[in-house]
Design a binder for this molecule. Structure first.
Ligand SMILES: Nc1ncnc2c1ncn2[C@@H]1O[C@H](COP(=O)(O)OP(=O)(O)OP(=O)(O)O)[C@@H](O)[C@H]1O
Length: 291
């Protein structure tokens, strides 16, 4: 494979966007290479905003952006990107009367697959890829939430895109479906570029080679998940009661408390996880107030 020699699918610097007076994204730099990258952040961190910008659905107020070698500020650049991009938005806007096949076929038409026979072949291929070949004639309103999510993923896979953008793809799935979904995404991410948003640190560990932490519009970290965990090295400890001075402190299933922050002398230190590293970076209290 020639992954190492391939140019990054996405390069961005200084991306900023406000909704009226609300700053949603502030001076964000981004480089996406092959593999699966997670955008991790609390509610309102700016994840959807960044995904929509990369998917060319939203124009930033400032900053530089190149997607698949094209400039999304130009009409020609946007078209070039959209032809090679798969996007699973938070709310795919299904028409409930459509069957799974009709919905994915509709997306394929929008992607300009004009030859009917070839297009229908592609629709069957992507529905099979998400395990829905037997459900293709069922109306979307009759499908379960997990199946609908798979229809949305199938739609994003139409045309075998080089870049796949997934907004919280596993939200609302049961644990078994989540595993299946992760497997499909991991498989797709081999040699291609996937950017997904998530709130789940265990998803980052299970699926992603890279992680970007967003908090209140700022990128706080970019690197491999293990490096995010390492940020909390020597700063995670356990004890029998809550620590008011810790950055985060919570009771675990064992009845003991786990703390992240500056440990007191002689503290019983624990190995850090991705979640601990994330909690070090994100101002949990401020995020909760804002959400
Ligand atoms: N259309 C809009 N108009 C005004 N403010 C908006 C709009 N969309 C998002 N925002 C605000 O911009 C900020 C970033 O929102 P965004 O949806 O990008 O965050 P997020 O990280 O995807 O959140 P979540 O995890 O809750 O989906 C939030 O403060 C949000 O309230």
């Amino acid at each position: 494979m020639t992954i190492a020699a391939t140019a990054p699918a996405v390069r961005a610097s200084g991306l900023s966007l406000r909704y009226g007076r609300t700053p949603a994204l502030s001076d964000v730099d981004l480089t996406l290479t092959a593999g699966v990258t997670a955008l991790l952040g609390p509610n309102g961190a700016g994840k959807t905003t960044l995904l929509r910008i990369v998917a060319t659905a939203l124009v930033p107020d400032s900053g530089e952006l190149t997607v698949l070698g094209a400039d999304p500020r130009t009409a020609g650049g946007r078209l070039a990107v959209r032809r090679r991009l798969g996007y699973l938005p938070q709310d795919p806007g299904f028409h409930p009367r459509f069957t799974a096949f009709e919905f994915v076929d509709y997306v394929a038409i929008l992607k300009e697959l004009s030859d009917r026979r070839a297009r229908h072949g592609e629709v069957r291929r992507v529905l099979a890829a998400v395990g829905l070949e037997g459900q293709r004639r069922r109306r979307i309103r009759a499908l379960s939430g997990g199946m609908r999510q798979r229809v949305a993923l199938a739609a994003a896979l139409v045309g075998d895109p080089e870049l796949l953008i997934l907004d919280e793809p596993t939200v609302g799935l049961d644990p078994e479906q989540r595993l299946r979904f992760r497997e499909m995404i991991a498989e797709f991410g081999e040699g291609r570029t996937v950017l997904l948003s998530t709130h789940q640190t265990e998803e980052v560990m299970a699926l992603c080679q890279h992680v970007i932490v967003l908090d209140r519009g700022f990128a706080r970290f970019a690197g491999p998940p293990a490096a995010l965990a390492t940020l909390a090295g020597g700063r995670v400890w356990t004890s029998g009661s809550r620590e008011p001075h810790a950055l985060a402190s919570w009771r675990t299933g064992t009845g003991l408390y786990r703390h992240v922050g500056d440990p007191p002398p002689g503290a019983d230190l624990l190995d850090p996880t991705v979640e601990d590293g994330y909690l070090m970076l994100v101002d949990v209290a401020a995020s909760e107030v804002r959400a």
